[in-house]
Design a protein around this ligand. Structure first.
Ligand code: APR
Length: 244
């Protein structure tokens, strides 16, 4: 790829990757929109229908336990593992994810900004404390905080604000990135979708990896069509050859 050859990267370059549900698709985790999405599953639809504010009810946790149980049977794929390799290679590599499945952590990624939270954590609506909930099934539904209040999933729901410091860190990295990868996202949810646009505007080379065109495609430097678990390892091999 001509573009890759022109990148003047070194180990100190600031590299940012933004991922969406598509990066976990080949691990067996359903995406949110389109074919193979969670909403094609009747159980998910029914459970999601009972989930809602204040988000710490039995209904919400039955939906999230369905997702947690499914993900507990999935393994990180080659795309997750390639991002770990890149994090190990570059001194300034950061991963920003919209996913709440925890597969980047399980793959070994350490520098991860979870824009939408993580469904393996609970949060107390009363005092805001965040609690790890690594085991599924949960002992009680809903899980109860030490203060006696029912926990909610530490996941951003539609209409809720993102954690300000996480968003500010993501915006700062997007402004400073030399290379910005956007992998497996439909690009329809803000503010995540604004990050690659900000990176491009700030002078980064933005490379999209997706099995199909997205609303972001016209705005990126290069859009590579294909499955993340297949494309990303190859892209990383090509990138490595150009690094002095
Ligand atoms: N490789 C690459 N891309 C893929 C693959 C794959 N194997 N499989 C699917 N995709 C792409 C789809 O083409 C689509 O563009 O992944 C994208 C998945 O889009 P969505 O299901 O909309 O997921 P995402 O973009 O992560 O959604 C953003 O919306 O529902 C909210 O909070 C939720 O974080 C989520 C946010």
């Amino acid at each position: 790829m001509v573009l890759i050859g022109k990148l003047n990267l070194n180990r100190k370059s600031l590299i940012v990757a933004l991922t969406g549900a598509g990066v976990s698709a080949e691990s067996g985790v359903p995406i949110f929109r389109g074919r193979g999405s969670m909403w094609e599953n009747e159980t998910a639809r029914n459970l999601a229908g009972k989930s809602g504010p204040p988000w710490n009810t039995r209904g919400t946790w039955e939906f999230y336990e369905w997702r947690r149980e499914l993900v507990s049977r999935c393994e990180p794929n080659a795309a997750h593992l390639t991002l770990v390799e890149m994090e190990d290679f570059f001194y300034n590599f950061y991963l920003i994810t919209q996913n709440v499945d925890g597969l980047h952590h399980r793959a070994g990624s350490r520098k991860v900004l979870e824009l939408h939270g993580n469904m393996w954590k609970g949060r107390c609506p009363r005092d805001g404390e965040i609690v790890d909930l690594p085991k599924t099934p949960l002992e009680t539904i809903p899980p109860i905080h030490s203060c006696g209040e029912a926990l909610r999933p530490h996941v951003v729901q539609f209409g809720e604000p993102l954690e300000q410091k996480t968003l500010e860190a993501a915006l700062d990295l997007s402004r400073r990135a030399e290379l910005f990868l956007v992998i497996g996202t439909s690009g329809v949810v803000s503010p995540a979708r604004d990050l690659p646009l900000l990176a491009r505007k700030s002078g980064a080379v933005v490379i999209e990896v997706n099995r199909e065109p997205t609303v972001l495609t016209p705005y990126v430097t290069l859009s590579i069509r294909g499955m993340a678990a297949e494309i990303l390892p190859k892209l990383w091999e090509d990138l490595k050859k150009t690094i002095n």
